[in-house]
Design a protein around this ligand. Structure first.
Ligand SMILES: [Fe+2]
Length: 314
């Protein structure tokens, strides 16, 4: 059976959506700064964020790959995890209650990392035992913060506690395995891993979307629930929505939509670089299903840089 995947917005609301996405990130970062400064955080402050993500996640999905933010890396990753988690949960037909818990937990899941010294967070490798202690305790710190400071989020706290558990039982903090963890936590684990890989870090460049998908696939049965990864790839594609790709005719394009599950190498794309310059004036998406012999050849190596130029051009 053919199912529709996500349809991205092609009208004038496109730019406004991008501004809304950036505002969400900066507003969440403001909440994180309050937490770092030990200031009062309104217990139900996540509701506004959750509503915006629930109603706009299909448009926001396009912005996850390629958006760079200064000093807001943690907020971007939390927002991206919530957007991806929503897409995944809807794809898996989870209840509205589960979706809302996933969004709230995704937004707050790494609050515990706010208590970890920046020198440790920004270390690429060679963590000492004290550093490791900080990292390994962050799910507990998150859970404690939600329970004590936000009070009304007990189920969300339980989900965040499990976001680093692994399918084969080698995760932390409780070494739970398989379905011992909540499905909401397994969804956040996959969405969070993808959001982290495609994000920039002080010590590394962002990973292209299709490489991040390959890493998720290689973590099936060890780190991640195989069913969740399968649904994730079906939801956003092997060349994820927002990715830059090289086509067999030499054009560079950005993936904007997968019309059907069977359209794997033939998504709808916007042509952004072509030997035939006349095409570049029109950014109307092209459906590769209608173009005989033209399909995705490979992911573009210059994914991030090209996409940023594109977004700021709109
Ligand atoms: Fe985490």
């Amino acid at each position: 059976m053919i199912e529709l995947c996500y349809t991205l917005t092609d009208d004038l609301s496109y730019e406004e959506s991008y501004q809304n996405y950036l505002s969400l990130i900066s507003d969440l970062q403001a909440v994180f700064i309050k937490i770092i400064l030990n200031q009062f955080v309104v217990p139900d402050c996540m509701e506004g964020f959750a509503n915006k993500i629930y109603h706009n996640h299909k448009q926001f999905l396009e912005f996850i790959i390629g958006t760079k933010v200064k000093n807001q890396i943690q907020a971007k990753q939390a927002v991206d995890t919530a957007i991806l988690g929503t897409a995944l949960a809807q794809r898996m037909d989870l209840s509205l209650y589960s979706v809302s818990k996933i969004i709230e937990a995704a937004l707050l899941h790494d609050v515990g990392m706010l208590y970890v010294p920046k020198t440790v967070v920004n270390k690429p490798a060679n963590l000492g035992s004290q550093d490791l202690q900080y990292i390994l305790s962050h799910p507990l710190q998150t859970s404690r913060f939600i329970t004590k400071e936000l009070r009304c989020f007990d189920d969300v706290a339980a989900i965040t506690m499990q976001h680093h558990e692994a399918w084969n039982g080698t995760g932390y903090p409780h070494r739970l395995s398989g379905p011992e963890t909540f499905i909401e936590a397994r969804i956040i684990a996959v969405a969070d891993a993808f959001a982290a890989m495609i994000s920039e870090r002080p010590y590394r460049k962002p990973m292209p979307g299709h490489i991040a998908v390959q890493h998720l696939l290689s973590g099936i049965k060890t780190k991640f629930d195989p069913a969740v990864v399968k649904h994730f790839v079906q939801a956003i594609g092997m060349y994820p929505i927002g990715s830059l790709v090289e086509l067999t005719n030499g054009d560079t394009a950005r993936v904007v939509e997968y019309i059907t599950e069977a359209s794997g190498l033939k998504p709808r794309v916007r042509i952004i670089d072509s030997p035939r310059n006349d095409l570049l004036k029109d950014r109307t998406p092209v459906d590769l299903l209608d173009k005989k012999g033209i399909f995705v050849k490979k992911g573009s190596e210059n994914n991030q840089e090209i996409l940023m130029d594109l977004i700021h051009d709109l």
